[in-house]
Design a protein around this ligand. Structure first.
Ligand code: GFB
Length: 318
């Protein structure tokens, strides 16, 4: 494993951020703008349907992006994944295939694809190393999404092997931050808990209900850290092996709930459990030794990240 010189993107490079309105894409755009990039290409869903390969190819032929951050994806929490698997596998396969193929055909210099920590087997040894991929059965609640992401990884690797296309794949752990989805039916746990404790505080409610047993363990990475890692690795990493992006620490859902309760300032609120809801995978902690060896570490402490995400939620109509 090696890093290449920082000679990729310059401030004038044409960079397409696919999915710029999402949690990850918007963080990547913020990060690039802060560095002074002047040619960031973005398209809303109504301007460009990423599930339509002809439209995507026409866009790439016209705009010729030199670099692509493929952050467009159908995403959601455990319930959304479990109840709408057809949408998760269809939309993700369509989007990623259209964008990767168009980038290759029109001479994009480098593309970064984002997978997810759920690509790994449900009972992978913890912390999960990159070489656990395809060594065991997946977690059923997000199998459709995971299979789509695994197909994306394999597509990137195959295009590199057969065509010499320079695609790289990062596997982020559970993400959170400004711009997250706070809808209780489709969100991930962290924004859901922020909303639940906030609304309980406003209503003077005595308890907040967690889904599942509260014992599963998760690792949480602030999306601004992920955006930083994406830019860092796009500039320096150029190999077919996937790279985990996480913080290297996890906490139980129960502990997370206590931390969120504290940040929201709702100390008297009791925490109850609805065990009719699924727990999902028992633990999902990424091994980040490869990432650290490449010279990158997460910086935003969880509590601080939750507090700033809560501020964003309040400022944006929470
Ligand atoms: O974040 P989450 O929806 O997704 O749930 P996963 C994490 C854990 O929090 C599960 C529990 O054990 C949930 O049962 N939980 C407790 C809650 N209360 C709540 C709540 O109010 N809302 C939600 N959403 N969860 C996702 C995958 O799995 O991870 C995706 O479905 C993706 O594919 C993502 O990979 C990163 O961590 O279980």
């Amino acid at each position: 494993m090696s890093t290449v010189a920082v000679s990729e993107m310059s401030v004038g490079s044409r960079i397409f951020v696919a999915g710029h309105r999402g949690l990850v894409g918007s963080a990547i755009v913020r990060r690039l703008e802060r560095e002074g990039h002047r040619s960031i290409l973005v398209r809303t869903r109504s301007e460009l349907d990423l599930t339509d390969p002809r439209a995507v190819l026409a866009f790439f032929e016209r705009e010729r992006p030199e670099y692509v951050f493929l952050a467009a994806a159908k995403v959601g929490g455990i319930l959304a994944n479990d109840s709408r698997p057809a949408e998760f596998i269809r939309d993700n396969l369509l989007i990623q295939s259209a964008v990767i193929d168009a980038a290759y055909r029109t001479g994009t210099r480098k593309l970064l694809f984002l997978g997810s920590s759920c690509i790994y087997p449900k009972f992978a040894p913890q912390p999960i190393r990159e070489d656990s991929l395809l060594t065991g059965a997946l977690e059923p609640t997000n199998q459709a999404y995971a299979v789509a992401k695994i197909a994306g990884i394999e597509m990137i690797r195959s295009y590199r092997k057969q065509y010499g296309f320079r695609g790289i794949c990062l596997q982020p752990t559970n993400l959170y931050g400004p711009g997250d989805n706070f809808d209780l039916e489709s969100s991930h746990v962290l924004p859901a808990l922020l909303r639940k404790f906030h609304e309980a505080k406003l209503a003077g409610a005595k308890s907040v209900t967690l889904w599942g047993t509260g014992t599963p363990r998760r690792e949480f990475l602030h999306v601004d850290d992920l955006a930083d890692a994406c830019v860092y690795l796009l500039q320096r990493y150029d190999e077919s092996e996937i790279v985990n992006v996480g913080v290297g620490e996890d906490i139980s859902i129960r502990e997370l709930a206590e931390m969120v309760r504290d940040v929201v300032g709702n100390g008297d609120c009791e925490i109850t459990q609805d065990t009719s809801r699924p727990d999902g995978t028992p633990r999902k902690l990424l091994d980040v030794s490869k990432l650290h060896a490449l010279g990158w570490k997460a910086r935003i402490p969880l509590r601080e990240g939750i507090a700033s995400t809560y501020d964003w939620f309040l400022a944006n109509g929470g």
